[in-house]
Design a binder for this molecule. Structure first.
Ligand code: WT7
Length: 661
């Protein structure tokens, strides 16, 4: 649990500043710092006027709202654009057909095999979505019903989500890397009537069965009436009579037409549920609504990524996560852009896969995670050589604080030293980016997500709930509602209230530690449950990790607290070295000295263990819970490790730890 008595000390001392590029400013959505500041002030002086203007400009509404906002965060009760009706699929498809984009590419899909590419024009996508919507209707799906989606990164995933939105069904995507048990829990929690899945997943050259997981999950999911199965890998599976049917057969059925009117939805009707982990074991079903989420997705895609008609937008996330929902699907398609959807992984068939695809599709915007950048850094700049990356104009980062070394590598090697990096802080709960540079307006400081977007009233509070001073660590909160904020935890209003609105009444509590420097720049220090307390000093584990990975021989690091009789907690570091570097005792000493000189003696790790692999979830998050137990030599019960990308690393780490003693 979080011990919040002490001040959170942030010792990061990054001082470099990078100005936004000159070229591109004239046509940018926000082209200079003064414009950002003007917009920010305007949004704070008159939030309702501000959001009403953005919503009118970006979204096509069937009928207008009666009230822009009806909110009381202390309850919490938040309603945006009440009385208005709209349809998200209409906004992502139909209206673009009417504006001459019928033949424009909406989705470029790259399968894992390089020769498998499919391009969907807006016209074709519209047709597929309407057919799928009719298939769902035929299965009895009605407005408000839940549809669970357990699919790899194939076009059918995007089509299914848009089809749900079209008929007012609530989609709940479960990342295809999750286990049968996780799928089952999520289906049971939201009582889905339909499951859409596939035979198998292609991953790093292997076929990984998926439908067998679904079968196992469905053994105890009474709510499911139909299971629609996409054939992706030609993998042999069983089909349960009366329950299962093939996607291609349903879609090609004579009775299924490509005409389906979009259902008018109330602004506050639920668009989707997406499960995310909390501090307790049971995942939370984060609820997003139609009008507010769409407005916020479009607003942030336009401003943070400056998405224009001729851009090729590539977000490398999986649609199983919020990043994919907002920045592969709804944001880019809502604006009528071209979005890339990639089935594969960054390292297969080789570490140049991403750069080869940037070149192949002439991507202009590239959005990925620090963990990916660090993994690719291990291979040096060789994989980037002879790749034409000149199409790129904006780079993005999301998911965790990006350490300055990874930032610089990204900036210099991928960005040629000229491209801005938008380090975007946000969460599943926020629906879209909250704190981030605007690429042509904000001077960048490596490692800082910079400043809140217009409309976002972010602040740092200390333990007493008072505003923290400059550089004083504290709790990151948002003091006013924004359109993209979650509206609930599905089926659990009490958890919604206690998780986000209890500790600081009237504010949204993000659960992250952060500090704000003298220029108003936010430095996110990570989840507060990842903060450790050493001799009465609170240290962000991310900062120690950042120091470790700034050592030229280190590729990744994870730091946890370990019980210590005198200090309370001691610092335990797991360190992954670069390819070919020997795990010597001398290097351990060197690393300790390195952290000492980077941050100070207080942050010097008490123990360092070499870790050829770290226990990461499929989304790249390190499961510190496991590392804390290994550090404490508590090998008894690791709890649920089903979300790990490679559960085998846990045994390796235990064995290594035991051999140290
Ligand atoms: C948590 C949310 C929404 C994107 C994917 C993750 C951390 C996210 C940053 C960033 C520092 C970041 C926070 C946040 N985080 N982006 N740019 N800098 N930390 O979504 O799984 O809901 O996780 O990820 O700790 O609370 P998520």
């Amino acid at each position: 649990m979080i011990d919040v008595d002490d001040k959170i000390t942030s010792l990061l001392s990054e001082k470099r500043v990078f100005e936004p590029p000159q070229a591109g400013r004239e046509t940018a959505a926000v082209g200079d710092l003064e414009s950002y500041e003007r917009e920010y002030r305007r949004s704070m002086d008159d939030p309702e006027g501000y959001w009403a203007e953005r919503a009118r400009e970006l979204v096509s509404w069937f009928t207008p709202w009666d009230r822009v906002l009806d909110a009381d965060l202390s309850k919490p009760e938040v309603r945006w654009f009440d009385g208005a009706t709209l349809n998200v699929s209409y906004n992502c498809l139909d209206r673009h057909l009417a504006s001459g984009k019928r033949d424009k590419t909406a989705i470029i899909w790259q399968g894992e095999p390089d020769e498998e590419v499919r391009r969907f024009s807006y016209g074709q996508l519209h047709e597929e979505v309407c057919r799928c919507a009719n298939v769902l209707k035929k299965m009895g799906v009605k407005k408000g019903d839940r549809v669970a989606v357990y699919l790899p990164m194939i076009p059918e995933l995007a089509i299914t989500l848009l089809a749900c939105a079209r008929i007012g069904a609530i989609h709940s995507v479960v990342f295809a890397g999750f286990s049968a048990v996780s799928l089952q829990n999520r289906i049971q929690d939201c009582e889905a009537r339909i499951l859409v899945t596939a035979d198998a997943v292609l991953r790093a050259g292997k076929i990984i069965p998926l439908k067998p997981n679904a079968d196992e999950a469905l053994e105890q999911c009474e709510s499911i009436e139909h299971c629609l199965v996409v054939r992706r890998a030609g993998y042999e599976i069983g089909m349960q009579l009366g329950r299962d049917s093939w996607w291609h057969e349903e879609m090609e059925d004579d009775a299924i037409t490509a005409v389906c009117e979009p259902e008018p939805m109330a602004a506050e009707d639920i668009l989707f549920i997406l499960y995310t982990s909390g501090s307790t074991g049971k995942p939370k079903g984060v609820v997003h609504t139609t009008g507010g989420y769409l407005t916020y997705a479009l607003h942030t895609t336009q401003w943070v990524f400056d998405l224009k008609d001729d851009d090729v937008h590539w977000c490398t996330a999986d649609i199983g996560w919020i990043t994919g929902h907002t920045y592969i699907l709804y944001g880019p398609l809502g604006l009528g852009g071209t979005t890339v959807m990639f089935e594969g992984v960054p390292s297969y068939p080789g570490p140049d896969r991403f750069w080869q695809l940037v070149e192949k599709f002439k991507a202009t915007i590239f959005y990925t995670a620090p963990t990916v950048i660090r993994a690719l850094m291990r291979h040096g700049d060789e994989p980037l050589k002879n790749r034409d990356l000149s199409s790129l104009r904006i780079l993005g980062s999301v998911g965790e604080p990006i350490n300055p070394e990874a930032w610089m590598w990204y900036h210099l090697n991928v960005g040629g030293g000229r491209l801005p990096i938008v380090d975007t802080w946000w969460q599943t709960e926020t629906g879209g980016v909250m704190i981030s540079p605007l690429p042509y307006a904000t001077p960048l400081k490596p490692g800082s997500a910079t400043r809140p977007l217009p409309g976002i009233d972010a602040a740092i509070l200390n333990e007493e709930g008072q505003l923290a001073g400059a550089n004083e660590g504290g709790h990151l909160v948002i003091r006013r509602p924004w359109p993209g904020m979650l509206r609930g935890v599905f089926g659990d209003p009490e958890r919604y209230r206690t998780t986000y609105f209890e500790e600081f009444p009237g504010f949204y509590d993000a659960g992250d530690g952060a500090r704000c420097d003298e220029d108003g720049y936010f430095w996110i220090m990570g989840r507060l449950d990842d903060v450790i307390n050493v001799s009465g000093h609170r240290l962000g584990t991310a900062e120690i990790e950042s120091a470790l990975v700034s050592h030229p021989r280190v590729s990744e690091a994870a730091v946890v607290g370990m019980p210590h009789p005198i200090k309370g907690q001691a610092i335990y570091a797991f360190v992954t070295l670069n390819d070919g570097v020997d795990e010597t005792p001398e290097l351990l000493t060197e690393l300790r000295v390195h952290v000492r000189t980077e941050i100070g003696p207080i942050a010097s790790p008490d123990s360092i263990q070499y870790a050829p692999g770290l226990p990461k979830t499929r989304s790249g998050k390190i499961m510190r819970r496991i590392l804390r137990k290994i550090a404490a030599e508590d090998f008894a019960d690791f709890g649920d490790i089903s979300t790990l990308a490679d559960p085998g690393v846990v045994d390796d780490l235990i064995a290594a730890k035991q051999s140290l003693n």
